[in-house]
Design a protein around this ligand. Sequence first.
Ligand SMILES: *Cc1c(COP(=O)(O)O)cnc(C)c1O
Length: 480
Amino acid sequence: MNTLPSLIFERSRDGKIGCGLNDANVPAEAALDRELLRPPIADFPQVSEVEVVRHYMALARLNYSVDAGFYPLGSCTMKYNPKVNEKIATLEELQAHPYAPHDLVQGNLEIITRLEEWLVELTGMAGFTLAPAAGAHGEFAGMLIIRRCLQERGDPRKIVLIPDSAHGTNPASAHFAGYEARQIPSNARGILGRKELRAHLGPDVAALMMTNPNTLGIFESDIAAIAEDLHANGSLLYMDGANFNALMGVVRPGELGVDVMHLNLHKTFSTPHGGGGPGSGPVGVAAPLLPYLPVPRVLREGERLKVVYDDPRSIGRVKNFYGHFLVMVRALAYLMALGREHVARVAEDAVLNANYLRKRLEGLLELPYQAPTLHEVVFSDQGLPVKTLDIAKRLLDYGCHPFTVYFPLIVHGAMMIEPTETESKETLDEFVGVMETILGEARDNPDLLRQAPTRTPVRRLDETLAARRPLLRWRRGEDH
Ligand SMILES: *Cc1c(COP(=O)(O)O)cnc(C)c1O
């Protein structure tokens, strides 16, 4: 399939119709004022029903997804999400109006509360808000919590420190919460050391935002000592826990001195993502910060669940109603299906798969940081006759989604590979096979890679123009 699907516009012929319905037996304009009606659409395609169906089927087949194949996009945890959790999220009994009286939705509130209890147990934090809609939104809410806490102490402070191996959303969240984001270097082992931190600690430092495991896939092993240094300085530790897939059931950040953290339900806990659909970025806090969590808070009161809306110390609302409830349903269903005894297997297998790929690719690609990696591994294009982008584009020709490219920035031509736990050894071996083929091509015929992809419906795009002037819809006479 080397061409874009034939467009219904080009198949349009006057008089073709999809399906014939009888004429309406009520006057056509009885209901609406003429001036409320839009003018007839010019150029509306006239095609048969089967042509419409084929058009949309062909477009749908252009999509790549984890249901279609391997998706090792680093830092994104594009794992397979069991379909049973989708099914459960559609149960009619769970659908409720957000204004429904609390007495009528005790079951829904129970789901919210049980998920919070699971997250508390997995992380060792004292409580969670499930309101934020995404990871970055969670970071922002977390920063507001830190801000409110320091304001109450009468010592607001100005600076948030962020290691250069952190996720890119971190400085943006700190900035929007009113802080100055200051980057600090990680050390030769690829982590933040106490020495680097101490060099930047001062009376104006509100917090450190640390991604753990960081974007090199390396566990920040000095985290507990770093927490102590921060606390001694009157600062707080924020942990970006979007990479929790590597830690779940094994490490409890609350026990390492973390004050605030977020999780990504749409990465670790079975909500499909990538298309911009609803997500969830719950924020967990240590006990002293509980009063600042956003409202509404769902709390147990004897046998009942109550919802608290006004709490003067809370940072207030960060999202309408309770957050994305059906994402919470998927997460709870996922955790209950795993059971407490199997949760850790997710992290163990995710780490095992990443390390298997690391071992098999180590001889082929430069590995700039030798420290043990967890759920993902970052290679460099140093020493290769082609660039990271060429390899990524060639992967498309072999029907594989590329890894994350050129991130983190501290690695030259970074290739960040996260296989996740849901892939079999056979799939990983196939991927290694494809990489061996591509690297062979890179030696023998590097131009082939520079022109890739050659087998996809759309060839290599002008990346700058595609971002600056995206063509998102077909227009007659425009070249695509
Ligand atoms: C994905 C990710 C985020 C941002 O999460 P969104 O839901 O995309 O806003 C933040 N930090 C890390 C480490 C991530 O991998």
